[in-house]
Unconditional design. Structure first.
Length: 251
């Protein structure tokens, strides 16, 4: 099993408050890793470290290393724009731009310099095909993205991330705003996408972590308490804190 991302000794501070504490973890290529834990434990903060989204937060200090393949993404001179092409992010609530379906998906390639209309249409069609939106009744390329259903909007946001040809998809509670049927649709999509992409998902839904992920990591108070095969974590977690959380004793 090849690791796509390796995190070693990662600390993160918001001013004097330490949000992440000596995180060491690997994310295998073409697997789904779920991060679980109570609110405020550092799950989303860790996720945002993987494509340097925390750079946008004032007062943040980060030490340690995050390796994407063989490159430290925090090394001086790193092209952060290129990094975010390779490590895409899907957020908690669908956030399509107030543009057409086509222009939403084409946005990233255009931002990175693609202007050929034939190439753009191929990228858009391939990305929409990958998320199951191409040719769907009521989802035209010229249709306003904000007119789509909640699930369709989230699929569109995933297509927008795929359009820049990433290696990794980060998904921060991507189903929290969706109903159970729509959630099942996004989970099924993840199982299709993992054949091509490494996926890291933050979720508060324990059943979702069990259904959708290959590996699960439990976080608490900025620490990664343990991580392992999802079946083992839920059946026989090593740490008492993990067992208590899964049993509903706290969190």
């Amino acid at each position: 099993m090849t690791d796509k991302i390796q995190v070693r000794g990662l600390d993160l501070f918001y001013g004097t408050f330490q949000g992440l504490k000596q995180i060491t973890v690997s994310f295998p290529a073409r697997q789904i890793t779920a991060l679980i834990g109570p609110s405020g434990c550092g799950k989303s903060t860790l996720l945002r470290c993987l494509n340097r989204m925390n750079d946008l937060v004032a007062g943040v200090k980060i030490t340690g290393t995050v390796m994407l393949d063989d490159a430290d993404i925090y090394a001086p001179g790193t092209d952060v724009e290129s990094l975010r092409r390779r490590v895409g992010m899907v957020f908690q609530r669908p956030n399509p731009f107030p543009l057409s379906v086509f222009d939403n998906v084409a946005y990233g390639p255009r931002l990175h310099g693609e202007r050929n209309p034939v190439t753009l249409r191929a990228i858009v069609n391939d990305s929409l095909q990958a998320v199951g939106l191409l040719g769907v009744e009521g989802v035209g390329l010229g249709q306003p993205a904000l007119s789509l259903s909640g699930e369709q909007q989230q699929r569109l946001c995933i297509a927008r991330a795929l359009a820049t040809a990433p290696d990794v998809l980060l998904m921060d509670e991507p189903c929290s705003a969706l109903d159970p049927i729509a959630t099942a649709g996004i989970e099924a999509l993840m199982q299709t996408l993992v054949a091509r992409y490494t996926i890291v998902i933050v979720t508060h839904n324990m059943a979702q972590a069990m259904r959708a992920s290959h590996r699960t990591g439990f976080m608490l108070l900025g620490e990664l308490v343990e991580i392992g095969a999802t079946e083992r974590i839920f059946a026989s977690a090593s740490d008492e804190r993990t067992r208590d959380y899964l049993a509903g004793t706290f969190g």
